[in-house]
Design a protein around this ligand. Structure first.
Ligand SMILES: Cc1cc2nc3c(=O)[nH]c(=O)nc-3n(C[C@H](O)[C@H](O)[C@H](O)COP(=O)(O)OP(=O)(O)OC[C@H]3O[C@@H](n4cnc5c(N)ncnc54)[C@H](O)[C@@H]3O)c2cc1C
Length: 428
């Protein structure tokens, strides 16, 4: 017979993306015993930037002040999750999360209550609220446009400095591009940023990298490169290389698999080690039942481990949208995958998208998700909580379009914080 472990806990968190891991950190800070069951994914796609609110309407351009944008939400999208959360709680959520990451070696920065703009791998400028310190000079360089060297690596396909230079050339003529072989990898036909970042953890590779770059620098003040400055000690690596090369160095976020996303996930894991929160990595909940007192959740079978049954008094659903299978689209429309909860969605599939792909109003399907009450508890067809102690957080929530509003991580952090707060379980 297959092994089955049973864990009894106060709180089960389903999903280990940004919303699930942020909730886990907030639970640990409040000494709430919790178990996180999470399928892989989420972080590997993320840029590592913590957006809060970047765009209200395309014709108005990017928001300089995200709080101004958030202040307009209740009027424009009354059912948006942000309209349920008092602003001081959103501030508190960011402060607590950033302090937690900093305590475990990942430092974030940003302007007091404004968005910064940074260069992406497409050469475009993107607004974000909080950025890793390894990208701090990215924002400064984009603003001041000084003499800058952008670095290409032979064999790396996911980043092209030459392309970034071409897009920015008219506004920023002082960008020069140079290419090097990445130390100890010149034999490889193709490079990947996670491999390069891992290699960068050693001083030997850092020294070789510095020796290869030094002769290429002329009178540049800044050096830009794809996000490869290590996984666990990115800030130390940045500081060391800046000293060796005597320039300000900045990272540019790359497409998935994203090193800054992996850094975030690894930092959360470190922050939760030795706390009252247990992680069950890569374990998906495949069956869920509940009665008035508790939830009974079974994970899929793991080689050598078997399955795990989690019995919990409270549950937070943070399983994401279509990409993570929190929502599934089928012939009957969109379904929620764990509890089969009610999903707010367009009447038929024909109503999912408007005729114009670039419609400034966006597309109805992107607002689909779980409707909730004021406490972020998913509601049934009578608008009553589906379960007294079931909450939801992150991109699975209805009434928001995080991709369009550049609010992905902020939505996850704020709703995770508020759901944990509204549970009223704090042991502190
Ligand atoms: C390509 C890309 C780029 C992005 N860039 C940015 C950016 O620049 N700035 C920004 O702020 N945000 C960005 N985001 C958004 C951000 O990374 C998160 O996706 C967002 O915050 C949503 O997080 P989430 O936790 O709600 O969902 P997800 O990140 O989708 O996580 C859901 C998790 O739940 C797990 N899961 C699903 N079903 C189950 C189950 N039955 N049992 C257990 N686990 C389950 C999944 O495996 C997954 O790990 C980006 C996202 C993507 C995809």
């Amino acid at each position: 017979m297959e092994n089955r472990a049973v864990i009894r806990t106060e709180l089960a968190i389903i999903g280990s993306g940004m919303a699930g891991m942020a909730a886990a950190l907030f639970a640990a800070n409040r000494k709430i015993p919790a178990v996180v069951a999470g399928g892989a994914g989420g972080f590997e796609y993320a840029s590592g930037l913590l957006d809060l609110w970047g765009l209200t309407r395309p014709d108005q351009g990017y928001c300089k002040n995200p709080w101004q944008g958030i202040g307009q939400i209740a009027k424009i999208w009354p059912s948006h999750p942000f309209s349920k959360i008092p602003e001081p709680n959103i501030t508190q959520a960011f402060e607590e999360l950033i302090a937690g990451l900093k305590n475990h070696g990942l430092d974030y920065t940003g302007l007091p209550r404004e968005n910064s703009r940074i260069i992406t791998a497409f050469g475009t400028a993107k607004p974000t609220y909080r950025l890793p310190v390894t990208m701090e000079h990215n924002a400064t360089a984009l603003k001041e446009k000084p003499a800058t060297l952008l670095l290409d690596f032979n064999g790396l396909r996911e980043f092209r400095a030459k392309f970034v230079q071409q897009v920015l050339a008219s506004a920023w003529p002082q960008i020069r591009v140079a290419a090097i072989d990445f130390p100890q990898m010149s034999q490889r036909s193709e490079l990947f940023t996670p491999l390069m970042a891992q290699a960068m953890e050693t001083e030997q590779v850092q020294d070789k990298f510095a020796a290869a770059v030094k002769p290429l620098l002329k009178d540049e003040l800044f050096l830009g490169l794809p996000a490869i400055l290590g996984i666990h000690r990115s800030q130390d690596i940045l500081n060391r290389l800046q000293k060796l090369l005597e320039v300000k160095i900045f990272e540019i976020p790359t497409s998935p698999v994203s090193v800054p996303g992996i850094r975030l996930k690894e930092t959360f894991k470190r922050a939760l080690t030795g706390t009252c929160v247990t992680l069950l990595p890569n374990q998906r909940i495949i069956s869920a039942a509940s009665n008035l007192r508790e939830f009974c959740l079974d994970t899929n079978s793991q080689p050598g481990i078997g399955t795990t049954r989690i019995q919990a008094k409270n549950c937070l659903l943070a399983t994401g949208r279509f990409l993570s299978n929190g929502l599934i689209s089928g012939p009957k429309g969109i379904q929620e995958s764990v509890f089969n909860l009610r999903v707010d969605q367009p009447e038929t599939r024909e109503h999912w998208h408007g005729e114009n792909y670039f419609d400034p109003k966006g597309h109805a399907v992107n607002l689909a998700g779980l409707p909730t009450d004021e406490n972020l508890r998913p509601t049934d067809k009578n608008n009553s909580p589906a379960h007294e102690n079931l909450y939801a957080a992150g991109s699975i929530l209805a009434g928001q379009d995080w991709m369009r509003n550049r609010s992905g991580t902020g939505l996850s952090i704020a709703t995770a914080f508020y759901a944990i707060k509204q549970m009223g379980l704090s042991q502190k």
